[in-house]
Design a protein around this ligand. Structure first.
Ligand code: BGP
Length: 473
């Protein structure tokens, strides 16, 4: 009983949050590079402040990040030491196509990822590759307006074709877009959208979402054509919406919040726009423009599995008066029954079991938890050692809940990759001090530090979890 023998244990990262090296190998500039740390970040990632170049005034954490670009051998060795079976990582689009609309890819960029995959292979780690993890070439934003433009589908597919063919011998598990529903909350980061004064933002977001959904379906088709062994998953920011009370208005509001997020997966997994979405988008006058072939494309090429990030559940009240809690990129009502992280995110392990059940009930497809973890302030001792029992507690309880979902509820689960195996830059805030890793990186908020890697207490704990296939927690 418990987890299957081939359960994929590992960790997850994203290119822009760990690689750095943004000027190396002829790489082009990406949306994620120009998201500054500090007070303007929120306006930039939501598309309300257009800053497509770096200036001398802001800090740009992605520029160096934690230097995975130069240190990936050491990092992957550490993942190997923990016993990882899988490493979820993403491709920086602009390493392969610096502008995004070129005909031919850059060999240097392709070689970099090939080296990463070869290194993984040494330790028997299989890569799980997110094709776009909050990543869009700045050139495509300037020339085409990002994903609001249908031409993006072709550029994205060229990237996919390149990756699927070149890495055929290394990668068989792919995710098309990271947290695709984040387009609604962080549209610049998710889809390279900058809004013009007075434009209907909702309309632009759903149009861009439609393009991504079609692109995702066509990528799935392509992946299967290039290698029938390929498995393609969607990826969304999950976390069930609980009604704040049993008042029907609260329940109704919570249901609608869930639908807003499930909309994306409904299309990607079932292959069509669900009726609630058609009605709602039409009513608001934001139903996207479609080409005659789109519905057929969505129908014919659904994803093979469903992956998601889970950090917290959400609590939804019909009235705006309830006190708010933070959460993965958006707020909801404060759940009085839960504890909260240093960043005010609710901590709800049972919520993971609930979410797994909900998703499985809805789709009956294999699932993959590809992000889950605790962002916390770590205080290393004189040797740089961090005793992160709080992180171990968080992960233990979540893995326990996940095991119950598998063992007692029978959900189908392919694997678990915690966010993130090594400290890296926060997507939401751009901070370095918000740490998730099993490995401490000596880099401070002001950019100082040696970038040395030091194993935390959780490193040894996770190693044991993997070794015992989740039996010893
Ligand atoms: C998700 C992203 C990740 C990651 C994580 C943690 O939204 O897919 O990129 O960063 O959340 O969030 P944060 O970095 O804001 O703490």
């Amino acid at each position: 009983m418990g987890f299957s023998k081939d359960f994929l244990w590992g960790g997850a990262s994203a290119a822009n949050q760990c690689e750095g090296g943004i000027e190396e190998g002829g790489r082009g500039l990406a949306n994620v590079d120009v998201c500054p740390a500090g007070e303007d970040r929120s306006a930039v990632i939501t598309g309300h402040k257009k800053m497509l170049r770096m200036d001398g005034y802001h800090k740009y954490p992605a520029a160096e990040a934690v230097d995975f670009y130069h240190r990936f051998r050491e990092d992957i060795r550490l993942f190997g030491e923990m016993g990882f079976k899988v490493y979820r990582m993403s491709i920086a689009w602009t390493r392969i196509f610096p502008n995004g609309d070129e005909e031919t890819p850059r060999e240097e960029g392709l070689r970099f990822y090939e080296d990463v995959f070869k290194e993984c292979q040494k330790y028997g780690i299989q890569p799980l590759v997110t094709i776009s993890h909050f990543d869009c070439p700045v050139y495509l934003i300037e020339q085409y307006g990002g994903w609001r433009n249908r031409k993006m589908i072709d550029f994205y597919l060229r990237l996919c074709q390149t990756l699927f063919t070149r890495y055929k011998d290394y990668v068989t598990n792919w995710l098309t877009f990271n947290e695709i529903n984040m387009i609604l909350h962080a549209p610049f980061m998710g889809a390279g959208l900058c809004f013009e004064e007075g434009e209907d933002e909702e309309k632009v977001k759903y149009q861009a979402a439609h393009h991504e959904l079609v692109a995702s379906a066509l990528a799935t088709k392509l992946a299967h054509e290039v290698n029938p062994e390929n498995k393609v998953g969607c990826m969304f920011a999950a976390g069930s919406a609980y009604p704040y009370s049993c008042k029907p208005e609260d329940v109704w509001e919570a249901l609608q919040t869930d639908q807003e997020n499930y909309f994306f997966v409904d299309v990607q997994a079932r292959g069509y726009y669900p009726s609630y979405a058609v009605k709602r988008l039409e009513r608001k006058g934001v139903f996207p423009q479609m080409q005659p072939e789109d519905q057929e494309i969505l129908r014919r090429y659904p994803v093979d599995f469903i992956s998601f990030s889970y950090y917290n559940s959400r609590c939804i009240a019909a009235s705006e008066e309830q006190e708010k809690a933070e959460g993965n990129l958006f707020q909801s009502a404060k759940n009085p029954y839960l504890k909260f992280s240093d960043w005010g995110w609710p901590i709800d392990p049972l919520g993971l079991r609930i979410t797994l059940n909900e998703i499985y009930d809805r789709y009956q497809k294999p699932m993959f938890v590809v992000e889950n973890g605790l962002g916390a302030v770590d205080c290393p001792d004189g040797e740089g050692y961090v005793e992160d029992d709080y992180r171990i507690d968080y992960l233990r309880e979540h893995i326990r809940a996940m095991r119950a979902a598998v063992e007692e509820d029978g959900v189908e689960l392919m694997g678990y990759t915690s966010w993130a195996p090594i400290d890296l830059i926060s997507a939401g805030t751009g901070e370095m001090k918000k740490r998730y890793g099993f490995v401490y990186v000596d880099k401070q908020e002001d950019g100082s530090g040696t970038l040395d890697r030091i194993k935390k207490k959780s490193f040894y704990w996770y190693q044991k979890v993997i070794k015992t296939n989740g039996e010893e927690l």
